[in-house]
Design a protein around this ligand. Sequence first.
Ligand code: PEP
Ligand code: MN
Length: 343
Amino acid sequence: MVVIMEPGADESQIEQVIENLNQRGFDVHRSSGVQQTVLGAIGVQPGFDERIIRVLDGVSDVQRVTEPYKFASRSWKGEPSIFDINGVTVGGKEVILVAGPCSVESEDQINATAAHVAAHGATFLRGGAFKPRTSPYSFQGLGVEGLALMRAAGDRYGLNVITEVTDVSKVELVYRFADVFQVGARNMQSFDLLRELGRTDKPVFLKRGLAASIEEWLMAAEYVMSEGNQQVILCERGIRTFETATRNTFDLSAVPVVKNKSHLPIFADPSHATGIRDRVIPMARAAVAAGADGIIVEVHPEPAKALSDGPQSLYFDQYVSLVAQIRDIARAIGRSIATVAHS
Ligand code: PEP
Ligand code: MN
């Protein structure tokens, strides 16, 4: 951390800042120029609030040179993290496809969708059994029944199962049915939930919060990782901005930014990012081009009858077209679509 003193800071102010830093366990290196004094503070701990120093008398600015997160950072682990999830390699050269309905609605619906996406490149089946809906009057999911239907469909068609866990009390239950825990955008900062998932041995698919900065998102990953579970997959799903033409604003620049700051795999969700099915294919192409390690999309046998997120759910033929298009994009950047289904 670098502390820049004001040009007019006097000796006693400088001394007080040094003393404060020393008391907090920092080693301080002082460099005094003609105009200004700069203090280099070594030994900053993750989580240190630099505003403590910024507000001291005579201080002009404080700049961190290290990230506030550790396990999630590139400086901690230089190589990309690659996870083997039941025979599917996530974070490597292959681009992963996660597809399925927003919510599990019935046995026929989940089976038909699973059969279709498994036949066309998907290695993971998505679907919510516990839905974090904005309105308490909207469909809340089938609960345990939905989990069981998803597990059966995943096993039948050789797909890994990813589903959302909405709170700590459901971790054990979801663990029994899922291969990957999804943490939804609305729960990105449910710290107790993140900690609890950090004590499990299954990967966590961590969506970016609606109004979360990239740093806050990586700090959320840090909550999971600091408990021991290093298997975190990040997912950009669009953020809130002033723009209303799409459901959210797809922050695709987050993909290369995260790749630079973290070793964790990053996926992209063009369904929730755009909210309109006709916008999903172009943005899926863009996400793969930007370097996403995987794409998660909503697909439904009859989108018009879907109980949640119908307007953004792809028709089966659109999904086939999406896969063909992103296959071409992946090839153009030296990647391919993963095809190995789990056994
Ligand atoms: C979902 O995947 O259906 C979902 C609710 O996503 P998000 O948390 O990104 O809104
Ligand atoms: Mn949805």
